[in-house]
Design a protein around this ligand. Structure first.
Ligand code: HEC
Ligand code: HEC
Length: 467
């Protein structure tokens, strides 16, 4: 039976009140939805210019379809964080080519990371270290670091193993990937690394052009004049540090940003004076989607970046010299600047950022309902927009009449506000919330959890409240 849709905006007002209970959320038990036959991660057919072998795959961890499938689930699972609020994907979102679009990222308790999030495409072809200061030598080593980071996800590996082993969907996924259901941090690291290595972006207009001419220096028939001009200028001046099919060259370098504040990049890891202000020169794949730019997100647009290379190169030495750059910058013409930006836009790979095999398997619908229990077949949308305020839309769906509770909890699980508690009719329900608590105060800015209880099912989304 279907009931007419009804707006719950008014009801939400009536049901807004504060409870001061402390109900810690142990784990968040929504099951992933996976295809019956795993996606092809292991044998992706790449254009000729990619057929150099991936450079950092260890002999004991080749990419397999089952391993990368497990990695995908782990990458999107908020259970990897101490309070079930944050997944890798919270800071590495597919529609943004696996960054989050902010200057610094919000961690599991609302704290900010010290650097700008990094894109994760084509890491299999990346023969430098990982992170802006290259402090992780391998991808296997890298992936366990955010999990244990006190700002990012706040877990210990021991707690993580126990927690994941207790979730219904993991034993089968570990068995398929590694031959037995044991959950170990070594396997978690291997599976995440496999998923990352399978994230290959090879379907941009740059790849089409290169597949036709087989020479990055020749004009591409699929490019405009401005794009071809930009490509030439890029190959002459930039490709030394951003080159090859992945538009990346190994090694940290400095690109003359001037004031580095307290962050001196690789120097803080090695102590080698030659490394002062040296940062990884990142891949420019999908650069259109991965702003803001540089290790501290100081530049918002590609125009700003190009202007920096043209006129803003600032060094520490006498005369401000920076190795690899003419004093002050390349002094590009207006045409060259426009061309460089146009060329960088051709590195966008829409097929990659919408490929279902790299997408969120936790789509919001539960599949793990035990038999005999009422399934509400409900789903909870991410708040939009998020960071959220009183104009943001909160919406959920139920497909039958069921008791629905929509609440906001802080990241420690304490109830902050109940937005809705009633029998909901089937269909989509949307509401806005003023952010006003029962005592009249405004909800302070920060990271919270939006939780939907529908019958026996529970759904959860992160909400970053920025009134
Ligand atoms: C709270 C935000 C946040 C979370 C959660 C997070 N990351 Fe990151 N990630 C970042 C930031 C910020 C950097 C750059 C940090 C630095 O250089 O110090 C980064 C860097 C990386 C890099 C380095 C890329 C390169 O080119 O060197 C990889 C790979 C990566 N993250 C994967 C992951 C994985 C896998 C997870 C989950 C296990 C994860 N991240 C969780 C924010 C996050
Ligand atoms: C000497 C090496 C070098 C050269 C030459 C160079 N870059 Fe860079 N580039 C870097 C480094 C290192 C970074 C990261 C610096 C940081 O964040 O501190 C960077 C960052 C960038 C970024 C931002 C990437 C991101 O994900 O935030 C863009 C875009 C970029 N460069 C474009 C260019 C263009 C266009 C040129 C040529 C006009 C160029 N680069 C020349 C080393 C270089």
């Amino acid at each position: 039976m279907t009931y007419p849709k009804m707006s719950v905006a008014l009801l939400a007002g009536l049901f807004t009140f504060v409870l001061q209970s402390t109900v810690p959320i142990e784990s968040f038990s929504q099951s992933p939805e996976l295809p019956e036959t795993p996606y092809n991660y292991a044998n992706q057919v790449l254009p000729g210019h990619f057929n150099n072998t991936p450079v950092n795959t260890p002999a004991d961890n080749p990419v397999t379809d089952a391993g990368a499938t497990l990695g995908r689930v782990l990458f999107y699972d908020v259970n990897l964080s101490a309070n079930n609020s944050t997944a890798c994907a919270s800071c590495h979102a597919q529609d943004k080519a696996f960054v989050d679009g902010t200057v610094f990222s919000v961690g599991f308790e609302g704290g900010l990371t010290g650097r700008n999030s990094m894109a994760t495409a084509n890491l299999a072809y990346d023969d430098s270290g990982f992170f802006w200061d290259e402090r992780a030598n391998t991808i296997e080593e890298q992936v366990l670091m955010p999990i244990q980071d006190g700002t990012e996800m706040g877990m210990t590996l021991e707690a993580l193993e126990l927690k994941l082993a207790d979730l219904s969907y993991y034993p089968g996924l570990f068995e398929a990937a590694f031959g037995s259901p044991e959950v170990t941090s070594d396997r978690i690291s291997k599976a995440l690394a496999q998923f990352l290595r399978s994230m290959i972006s090879y379907r941009s207009r740059y790849d089409e052009g290169l597949a036709t001419t087989r020479n990055p220096m020749t004009p591409f028939p699929n490019y405009s004049n401005s794009e071809n001009l930009g490509k030439t200028v890029f190959m002459q001046n930039c490709a030394r540090c951003h080159s090859g099919p992945v538009i990346h060259s190994p090694g940290s370098r400095t690109n003359g940003l001037g004031d580095y504040g307290d962050d001196h990049g690789k120097f803080d890891v090695t102590g080698d004076p030659g490394d002062i202000n040296s940062f990884k020169s990142p891949s420019l794949r999908n650069i259109e989607l991965t702003g803001p730019y540089m290790h501290d997100g100081r530049m918002e647009t590609l125009e700003e970046v190009v202007e920096h290379y043209s006129s803003g190169i600032t060094g520490r030495g006498p005369g401000g010299a920076v190795p690899g750059f003419p004093p002050g910058g390349f002094n590009f013409s207006a045409e060259q600047k426009a061309g460089l930006v146009a060329f960088m836009l051709t590195l966008t790979d829409q097929a990659f950022v919408s490929d279902p095999k790299f997408s969120d398997p936790f789509t919001g619908t539960t599949t793990g309902v035990e038999s005999g229990m009422l399934s509400a077949h409900a789903s909870l949308e991410a708040p939009y927009p998020n960071p959220a305020n009183s104009f943001s839309t909160l919406s959920f769906n139920v497909s039958q009449v069921v008791n629905v509770k929509l609440e906001i909890r802080d990241v420690r699980g304490n109830l902050v506000a109940e937005l809705f508690n009633a029998d909901a009719f089937s269909g989509q329900q949307t509401l806005n919330w003023s952010g006003r608590l029962a005592n009249g105060a405004q909800l302070p800015a920060g990271t919270y959890l939006l939780i939907l209880h529908a019958g026996d099912e529970q759904f959860q989304r992160q909400i970053v409240w920025m009134p």
